[in-house]
Design a protein around this ligand. Structure first.
Ligand code: XMP
Length: 486
């Protein structure tokens, strides 16, 4: 099913113009009765569109329709017992599920009194109304979170809502996305020419693939080597592109200018902004040189947009291809993947026939090794990290665990530590190994790599990379950490 994520304050007319089959109101940290709490248009609930409110979304619905929401006598966090009260049968929210379930809760407020017309579908020990409905108006609410992996049967509830209540047929596929995106790109670009920023990763490759389908040879792909790439990466990207795209690729060596601009810079956000700006300057120069000014295609994904901060979401870090862009852009941006998550982009890449090695390539951030060499970025420190990172990559690949981890890489820390080698004291660099599992990069857990594998990685790094005397393993999840260190 095709879905769009929109800000809560999207106008009612704009929302209805999309002719949605159903609307899901998400959770959020606010209290509905707090000043400035996010609200949707009051007319939404009378628009005769099925609505499912989750957590805050349910509380908002209950509050706006004449019920009462307030602080719970006891807050519920984490795994919670749920008792289904509604009858079984097609059309039921809990159709096909057990009567006693374990769900994931995370709330301090509750619906204390139902709005007129509503009934209770399920309760928990401390939430008398853990699932509610006004079937006649097709309005539903869930206090628990069906969307998290810790509510393992949550997808069933979403499916019941979408199929039974909204009447969706489930006919949408990534092929439909490709066709739709190609049509939209044609409209956006018209008969102009464009360049595409290619990084070698699956995102920009999928974006290039879509735009090539839409406008063919009016697109030129440009790969900028900013000197912050991993060992052997330039050659690899050029070769894969040549073998699979059948379109010209312009390779720009911009190593010097990026390193010059980064000289002496330590602040992570400053690095990201410098790199974002310099990218645009290089692309603008290339576009003019190639006689294709005006339109830049990028493989921006939805998490890049969210984490760079939107009007209604907080900034976590500036992704170079979103928030790091200069205010006065010499380009119109075309970003066909802007509404997708990584797992969805991989499906698009498959649908486009891109090679498996590209589809499954681990993500690599646009600012490259600059945000993994913590502190100052110098040629020497880059070389140290490149060597350590190559060992990590090689060992993980050989272990066969590559597909199980979302990313695995090295980070050069801005500290030195004392060691001993050949009976002499050393005072060397520290490399952190970071390996995480994740679905979409928005949350992540540290990968439980086998101790033997970590040992091999550590021994090889300290034995083969000059100046490194200590290797540490990062055991932080996201949140509260992020995947990258900067
Ligand atoms: P964080 O560190 O925010 O990373 O947990 C989430 C995912 O995004 C990648 N990442 C970036 N990708 N430009 C990108 O194209 C960026 O500026 C950027 N910063 C982080 C990161 O590698 C991880 O997969």
């Amino acid at each position: 099913m095709y879905s769009l994520i929109l800000p809560y304050d999207t106008g009612l007319a704009d929302l209805l113009a999309l002719r949605p089959k159903g609307i899901i109101l998400s959770g959020g940290p606010a209290s509905v009765y707090a000043p400035g709490a996010p609200r949707c248009h009051p007319g939404l609930f009378a628009a005769d569109v099925p609505i499912l409110g989750i957590c805050y979304g349910m509380q908002l619905m209950a509050h706006d329709l004449g019920g009462r929401t307030g602080p719970s006598a006891r807050k519920e966090y984490g795994r919670t017992r749920l008792f289904v009260d509604e009858g079984e049968g097609p059309g039921a929210m809990f159709h096909g599920l057990e009567r006693r379930l374990l769900c994931w809760m995370s709330h301090g407020d509750s619906v204390l009194q139902l709005p007129p017309g509503f009934e209770t579908l399920a309760h928990s020990d401390h939430s008398p109304h853990a699932a509610i409905a006004d079937r006649a108006r097709r309005l539903y609410g869930l206090q628990f979170h069906p969307e998290v992996s810790h509510t393992p049967w949550g997808t069933e509830v979403l499916r019941n809502f979408l199929y039974q209540v909204c009447g969706c047929s489930g006919s949408w596929s990534m092929t439909s996305f490709v066709e739709q995106a190609v049509g939209e790109i044609r409209e956006q670009i018209g008969d102009a020419r464009a360049i595409c920023a290619l990084s070698g990763g699956v995102d920009s490759a999928a974006a290039a693939g879509l735009v090539l389908r839409a406008i063919g040879e009016r697109l030129t792909c440009v790969f900028v080597d900013h000197g912050l790439l991993r060992s052997g990466e330039v050659e690899q990207v050029v070769a894969v592109f040549r073998d699979h795209f059948g379109a010209p690729l312009v390779h720009v060596d911009a190593r010097r200018r990026f390193l010059d601009r980064l000289a002496g810079v330590e602040d992570p956000e400053a690095k990201r902004n410098i790199i974002g700006n310099e990218f645009i300057t290089v692309f603008a120069e290339e576009a003019v040189r190639l006689g294709r000014p005006g339109i830049l295609v990028q493989g921006t994904l939805y998490p890049d947009v969210i984490e760079s901060g939107t009007r209604t979401a907080a900034r976590i870090k500036t992704h170079h291809n979103v928030g790091g862009l200069p205010a006065a852009m010499p380009f119109r941006l075309v970003e066909p993947l802007r509404t997708l998550f990584k797992d969805e982009v991989r499906l698009v890449a498959r649908a486009l026939g891109l090679p498996e090695e590209m589809v499954w390539r681990h993500p690599f951030p646009g600012p490259g090794l600059a945000i993994r060499v913590l502190g100052q970025v110098t040629e020497e420190r880059l070389a140290t990290l490149r060597q350590a990172d190559a060992i990590i990559t090689e060992e993980i690949r050989q272990s066969g665990l590559g597909r199980d981890v979302w990313q695995a890489f090295g980070v050069l820390l801005p500290v030195r530590s004392v060691g001993v080698a050949g009976d002499a004291r050393t005072y060397g660099h520290v490399v952190a190994v970071r390996a995480v599992t994740s679905e979409d990069g928005m949350t992540a857990d540290w990968a439980r790599l086998p101790a033997d594998l970590l040992e091999t990685i550590s021994n090889r790094i300290t034995g083969e990379v000059p100046g490194v005397s200590r290797v540490v393993y990062d055991i932080s999840s996201k949140p509260p950490a992020t995947i990258e260190w900067e």
